[in-house]
Structure formats: C-alpha cells, structure tokens
Design a protein. Sequence first.
Length: 424
Amino acid sequence: MAKRLIGTFFISVMLAAGCSGGGSSEDTTSDGAIELEYWNLFGGGNGDLMDSMVESFNESQSDIYVNSVRLDWDEYYTKLITGVTSGEGPDVAVSHVTTLPELVDGGILYNLDDFTANIEVDWEDLNQNTLESTTFDGDHYAMPIDTHPLVMYYNKDHLQEAGVLNDNGEPEFDGTAEGLIEFLSTIKENTSEDVFTMAEPTSGDNPYRIWWGLYHQLGGEGVISDDLSEVEIDMDKAVQAADFIKDLYYEYEFIPLQMEEFQQIFENGNAATTIQGVWGSGVYNAAEDLDYGVVSISDLFGEPAQWGDSHSLVIPKQQNENKERSEAALTFINYIADHSLEWSKSGQVPSKTSLLESEEYQDLPYGETFEEISKDVAFPKQSDSTRAIKEASINNLNEIWEGQTSTEEALQQMENDIADVLTD
C-alpha cells in the first residue's frame, strides 16, 4: 500500500535479525582512514567512469577511503534492501530517485540532514526539480548527482540525404507532433530502403518512457492521486499519447516491429533517428563514422514535459549507528556531486547548477540542450509502489505496441492493475 511509514520495516527486521554488522568503527585502513563501502549499479563505460571518480576522491584526501562495488542492475535493489535489513549493507549507495520512496518508506535510509552540522551542503545549487523528488516532508534523504531525460538523436548523413538538414546541421523539424510526423515521413520517402526511419523496440522501458512524456505534455499529472492512495489516470490523454506512439509502428511504419538492439542499430548508422535517454550520447560519441545530432521532443503537444530519472546517492542505515562514518559518507557524496562534470561524459546532466553554467559543460556536445530538457522532467509522485506501478503500466502498454489489444482496453486494464497494486 502506498503509505509513508518511515522506519517501521527496517526496525522490525533488524530487531528480528539480532545480529551485528555494517558500520563498525573498526572499518579503517592500515593508515587509520575511515573505510567505506559504496554500492552502485553502473556497468561498462559508466562503471569505469564512476570508478575513476571514486579513485580521484581517494587521492584528494587521506581521511576517508572508499571501496566501489558494482552490482548487476537486475538484482541491485533486491540486494540493497536485503543487505541493509540483514545488517550487511553498504555505507553509501546509488538509488534512482524513482525508487527512493520505496527505500525511504521502508526505513532503510538515513536523513542526510542529520549529518550536515559539520559538512556544508549547498542544496540551493542543485537542480530544484530533481532535488524535490529526493525530499520527503522537507527532509533530504538523497543527493542527486545527475538527471537523465529522453531526447531524439538523428543521423546527420541520413537527414542530409533526405533533405531535412539545414546549413547549421540541424533538423528541419518544428518541434510539434504534426511536425514530427511530417519530418519522419520525409525521411522515410527519401532514404534508402536499408535505413530505418526510427530505431525503437516494440516493448519495454523505452516506449513506456516516450508515452510518459507525451502523456504529461498533454496535461496528464501522473497515474495516481496526490495522496498516493488511488489510481487516477486522465484516460483521454493517456489514449491520445498511446495512439500517437502506436501509429509510429502501424499507420506510418516508421519503426519495424520486434526490433532488437535498437541502440546498436543507430550506433552502426543503420537508422535515421532514435528516441532514448541522454546516456546514449556517451556511446555515440565513441562510435566511429557516426555524425549525429540531438533535438528535444519535450514540447510536441504544447506543455513542456519529458520522462526522466536521476541517480542519487544515499546513506543506508547501519545496525551500529556511527555518526563519524555517516559524516564521512556524506563528505564522499558531496564530492561526487561537486565533481559530476566528469560524470557528464557518460551523457548524464550534472545536478549542480554551477557546473551546468560552467564553460566546460557548455562546451560539451549538446550539453546546453540536455540541460534545458532536464528542467522539464515529470517525475512520478512519491509512492513506495512506483516500481510496481511502472511494471503494471509497461505490461499493459506492451499489448498496444504489439498490436494485441485495443488502446482503450489495454489502458483500462492498466488502470485496474494499478488499483490492485495500491490496495496490496
């Protein structure tokens, strides 16, 4: 049930466990530095980049040493929750802000404000839209280090061939829903048959994210009530957003059905466009012979909004609370946020306004575009059922994209399934 009962779950499990664990004052290096364990879910190049940031922190001072531990994405939150409740959790961890309500309501995180007496934290310098999603009843339970919204990527060579690229290397696209259809139609008609007009999967997270953005551009305000207790979908807007996406597959045939490895298809130059997160730019910047650009699709229906999420850093609760260790954890968290310009090489938008305004960030490819789009992210309401609601939404929206159920029937079932989630 989507209620806020902070601390109850954690305390009951820890009392039942009756064992000692994480957060011991003996966790120091041979040199006497406080040794912290940091869990994250980053893989590949992103994981390497985060590891280098941790190494930089360790080299910047001698009082704290951080060990970075990578966990598989699919099992990350299960292991994090289980680890903390069993007394074997980390000192610092990553959490998506959309998962924070579950962790906060489960009582497994410390309030960061409890450790700021001796550590200066500039909350005002953070993206306020993102920061709000990490704040619960006025208390800060996480520090966001980035925001990552959706954008549309385009292959300049294919757009040039189609005649829809201007002299500045920008697409001739007016930013509206009608303009997008006209733009994609021109590409389809004027590029070779072996080039996909758009690369997208037919199910899963990506089309769901596109739908979420369009639904909010039409004026939708989430899928549950403000008090988090009831399902509340603006059905007309939900149907309009879903049908717009469905038409990209079926009426206009811009996207082939059952496309796999859509990111790789664009990376290899076999698609003219793709809609995905800003993190894709980290991959595309390294791709050989790919001349790409980025354009916002956050205002197709008149109300600026976009799907997005944010990586934030949290301090999990320990069986043996140790304020010195928690302050050390916050010192590390503050450092990562302050140095997230390095993290932006992965395509993520830094959370710090001062970094966004820096010349170094503004000189990054499409940094300014990413910054503007990140301001329009429509985060879900702070329900501890957010992950289950998302799963119910994706399962039913997939029925639409795959042509198995009418839009109205699928969304009605989605409404019923979310209602069931909220009453469990």
